[in-house]
Design a protein around this ligand. Structure first.
Ligand SMILES: Nc1nc2c(ncn2[C@@H]2O[C@H](COP(=O)(O)OP(=O)(O)OP(=O)(O)O)[C@@H](O)[C@H]2O)c(=O)[nH]1
Ligand SMILES: [Mg+2]
Ligand SMILES: [Zn+2]
Length: 311
């Protein structure tokens, strides 16, 4: 039988077949996947083959299919092991909020750059539209204009009152979407709102720090009744970058990429080089200053190597 891993807890895996039936499975013996030193040999999103034992109600996974793409979180400790968060997704949805908690453009841009690097389309979802002040609504507008102009799909939603959830459903239908973002932005609440039969545990926003409390602790794929797969994942604080060449980074900023041919040097980093085409575009406002600033921060190389998309 063939199915897709929707959850893994220790040595047990929940495998969903094409008819949305779920089977509890274990791994046959030791599994090693070449090239990846990960703490989990099988991740949410993986397609596997398994034998079903009717009497014992247990499946044995005997084959894992090649991954189309995957996201790795490198462990911060000394062992060079990493954890695969999810694999085989069609798009990555970043859920952000203006307040409670606040999401910075630095965080958004790291997410967008990583998605670009591995050709996973990214969608920006601005949640909690029900609670913003007039000033915050202006910020929503600015954020939406900024990312739409670059070419990203943006949706303003509210899990609480249902605003624009139909629009989000259209974006998600017939696809596998990874949902990511800070703790407390409402990733799990959105899933519950998109499909009323779902009852995923949601957390509180701490009154002191206005932040989430890390309620979701492992990735899990859910099938939603309008025909979509969504991978809920634990909130992340920082989104580090993969290793890249300095002259390569601007390739992952679509609005810069179209100008690169006009820079004098083809390895231009758009910092101190003469006859650069990107810098004048920042000065004229054609490229948003926040994008360029975040580009420079990434170039300076802080907080790298925490999360990695690969294909
Ligand atoms: N006002 C308002 N509150 C919301 C909305 N969506 C979620 N919340 C609240 O935000 C809090 C956190 O929601 P969760 O769904 O647990 O957030 P999460 O992103 O899954 O957080 P982690 O699992 O910790 O990563 C809960 O108290 C929700 O009720 C919304 O659209 N409007
Ligand atoms: Mg959650
Ligand atoms: Zn340049």
């Amino acid at each position: 039988m063939k199915g897709r891993i929707i959850q893994s807890t220790g040595s047990w895996y929940q495998v969903e077949t094409d008819d949305q039936k779920v089977y509890a499975c274990k791994l046959r013996g030791k599994f090693k996947i070449k090239g990846i030193k990960s703490t989990n040999p099988i991740a949410v999103g993986d397609w596997v083959e398994f034998d079903w034992n009717q009497e014992q109600s247990v499946g044995i996974i005997n084959k894992i299919h090649d991954r189309h793409n995957y996201i790795i979180r490198r462990s911060v400790n000394l062992s060079k092991r990493s954890h695969i968060i999810a694999s085989n997704m069609d798009q990555a949805i970043i859920v952000v909020t203006i307040s409670r908690p606040r999401t910075s453009t630095g965080f958004i841009d790291r997410f967008m750059v990583t998605s670009e690097a591995y050709h996973i389309p990214a969608v920006l979802v601005i949640n909690k539209m029900d609670l913003y002040s007039d000033i915050e609504l202006e910020q929503v507008k600015a954020l939406k204009n900024l990312y739409q102009k670059i070419g990203y799909q943006c949706v303003e939603v509210s899990a609480l009152d249902g605003t624009n959830l139909d629009q989000l459903k259209e974006i998600m239908r017939n696809k596998v979407s990874l949902v990511s973002g800070h703790s407390g932005v409402g990733k799990s609440a959105l899933i519950n709102a998109l499909d009323s039969s779902k009852d995923i545990r949601i957390g509180q926003i701490s009154e002191v720090h206005k932040k989430g409390t890390h309620t979701t602790t492992f990735a899990e794929m859910h099938f939603l009744d309008f025909g979509a797969h969504i991978i809920d994942s634990p909130g992340i604080k920082e989104f580090g970058l993969f290793d890249f060449e300095k002259s390569e980074l601007s390739h992952y900023f679509p609005e810069m990429q179209s100008l690169l041919a006009d820079c004098k040097f083809n390895d231009c980093t758009h910092t101190n080089e003469p006859d650069c085409a990107v810098k004048p575009a920042v000065e004229s406002g054609e490229i948003a200053f926040s994008r360029f600033e975040n580009y420079l921060n990434m170039l300076a190389g802080e907080e790298m190597n925490m999360v990695d998309y690969s294909s």
